[in-house]
Design a protein. Structure first.
Length: 498
């Protein structure tokens, strides 16, 4: 997809389709939309008067221009009530419009960014949001061989009206990188387990690193054994696929003392192990490396944007399988930190591999940690598929992560870490256990990870609910969403460090 920013008026612009916006309860078109309406003999305003166009959120009305203006079609997009309008709502609405345009075979799409809603957003953010909406909203993924090649939108013309072209251009450039990186995370999440093994995930990481000249180190089974990562190795034991520990480094601010650690859960398939999962929807467990995907996506963007920050990414990757080599419930393992763990449940594998990865990130010198993981079904019970659960041992760090998420339009909700929950990870025969049975499941996971984060400011993002959707909605397409990719990028750019 190519993007071009121009100041050419949409009245004279030849394209397959122009997107115009309209808000609910307004009987008038504003700005350029009004000019287009005039050229089209007031057909749009007539439809508004007749209430066929209401401007309700996500409403899409397609009109043919029949030569009244050079553009072939006008798509009127409803943005809902103006007082409810935010840049996130606009991003999701534009995604709906872009999908509609793609479905009817539009190759060249024009959008207008103007000062119409200047109180709500600035030109940089608007440019970024529009590009993200189109690139994320028209994402497709499949292995079909017999279907006609899907018609894809090829060119986007971002026409600027009355606001800074330079600012919009800057936003567009950012938007392309943010969206491409999130779509990369989606590709990784959607790729089935036979095509996305730990070794293949490591190859992808190498590609990203090579493209941006990031430092990368892939540790194999032997090296992981030498480091005594007993928890990580225990999970990988049941699989014929070799575990990989992917470490990537970006140092863009050598004078800072802060080094941010991004830790991503990279279980390329989670069968549950001996305590095997129920059969229904088990295929979705190919997406159990969505945390790793978000981290890799973010590293891709960081490589392009070169923010003033230091980042170390640590991705433990393996399969959780069933075999004669698999761990048993009740097994005791020695972690990289030295702490012993009783494996009460073989399906609580994410926290085991993350425990060693978090300790290793600290060993490499990170001063702040964010881990991203499809950790618990329980977070879906608590927050559904709309919000990512965030847990933290440090209010200031939690605030930075939450701010980055808010700026990216990715919703997060903080759940508690509290000493009263400590008993949930206490084992009778080891230092910790990985499951306490029913109750506060998402918190149990977080409490376990917290024991390994120790005093290092840490935030845990449980994306089990947000990383996979069974229905297309706004910018998110059914399947892997690439959740938290944009938030991690924003965190690297905005916080950076001290
Ligand atoms: N990968 C799953 C969590 C998950 C569930 C992700 C649904 C996406 C959708 C994780 O490894 C898991 O199995 N968690 C268990 C832990 C339990 C056995 C303590 C869970 O949440 O049920
Ligand atoms: Mn599991
Ligand atoms: Zn899992």
């Amino acid at each position: 997809m190519q993007f071009k920013v121009s100041t050419e008026s949409i009245i004279t612009l030849a394209s397959d389709c122009i997107i115009l916006t309209h808000t609910e309860d307004k009987d008038m078109l504003l700005g350029l939309a009004q000019q287009v309406d005039e050229q089209m003999d007031h057909r749009i305003s007539q439809l508004i008067a007749e209430k066929e166009i209401k401007g309700t959120y996500g409403e899409v009305t397609l009109l043919h221009t029949w030569g009244k203006i050079p553009a072939k079609r006008v798509l009127v997009l409803g943005l809902g009530k103006e007082e409810k309008l935010t840049i996130d709502r606009a991003r999701n609405a534009y995604a709906i419009a872009a999908r509609k345009a793609q479905s009817i075979g539009v190759r060249e799409l024009a959008v207008v960014v103007s000062q119409k809603y200047k109180a709500i957003w600035n030109p940089v953010d608007l440019g970024q949001a529009v590009v993200e909406a189109i690139q994320l909203g028209t994402y497709t993924f499949n292995y079909k061989t017999k279907e006609k090649p899907q018609q894809k939108i090829e060119r986007i013309l971002v026409t600027v009206d009355g606001i800074s072209v330079k600012a919009v251009e800057a936003g567009v450039e950012r938007g392309i990188i943010f969206a491409e990186s999130q779509n990369l995370a989606r590709d990784l999440g959607n790729t089935p387990a036979n095509k996305m093994t730990p070794s293949l995930l490591a190859d992808k990481a190498k590609e990203v690193a090579k493209k941006h000249r990031l430092e990368i180190n892939i540790l194999d089974k032997k090296q992981i054994q030498e480091l005594n990562m007993g928890a990580f190795l225990a999970v990988s034991k049941g699989s014929d696929e070799e575990p990989k520990l992917i470490v990537m480094k970006y140092f863009g601010a050598p004078e800072y003392k802060d080094v941010i650690g991004f830790v991503g859960k990279g279980i390329t398939f989670d069968s549950g192990g001996i305590q095997i999962k129920p059969d229904k929807d088990m295929d979705e467990m190919k997406g159990d490396m969505a945390g790793a995907a978000a981290v890799l996506g973010a590293m891709n963007a960081i490589g392009s944007l070169e923010p003033h920050a230091n980042i170390i990414a640590v991705i433990p990757s393996c399969e959780n399988m069933v075999s004669g080599h698999a761990i048993h419930p009740g097994d005791i393992v020695e972690t990289f930190s030295g702490k012993t763990v009783e494996i009460k449940h073989t399906d609580a594998e994410g926290r085991l591999i993350l425990a060693d990865a978090i300790s290793y990130a600290k060993h490499l010198g990170v001063t702040k940690i964010v881990d991203v993981a499809t950790l618990t079904g329980s977070v879906i019970s608590a927050l559904g598929h709309h919000m990512t659960g965030i847990f933290s041992n440090d209010p200031d760090w939690a605030k930075e992560v939450k701010t980055a998420a808010n700026l990216s339009g990715e919703k997060v909700w903080e759940l508690p870490i509290d000493d009263d929950y400590e008993e949930l990870v206490e084992s009778e025969i080891a230092d910790l256990k990985n499951d306490a049975g029913f109750g506060a499941g998402a918190i149990q996971g977080a409490m376990f990870l917290k024991a390994f984060a120790g005093d290092t400011p840490w935030a845990h993002l449980d994306i089990a609910g947000t990383s996979w959707l069974s229905e297309t909605k706004g910018v998110n397409i059914k399947g892997a969403t690439g959740a938290m990719t944009r938030s991690l990028i924003a965190l690297a750019i905005r916080f950076g460090g001290n």
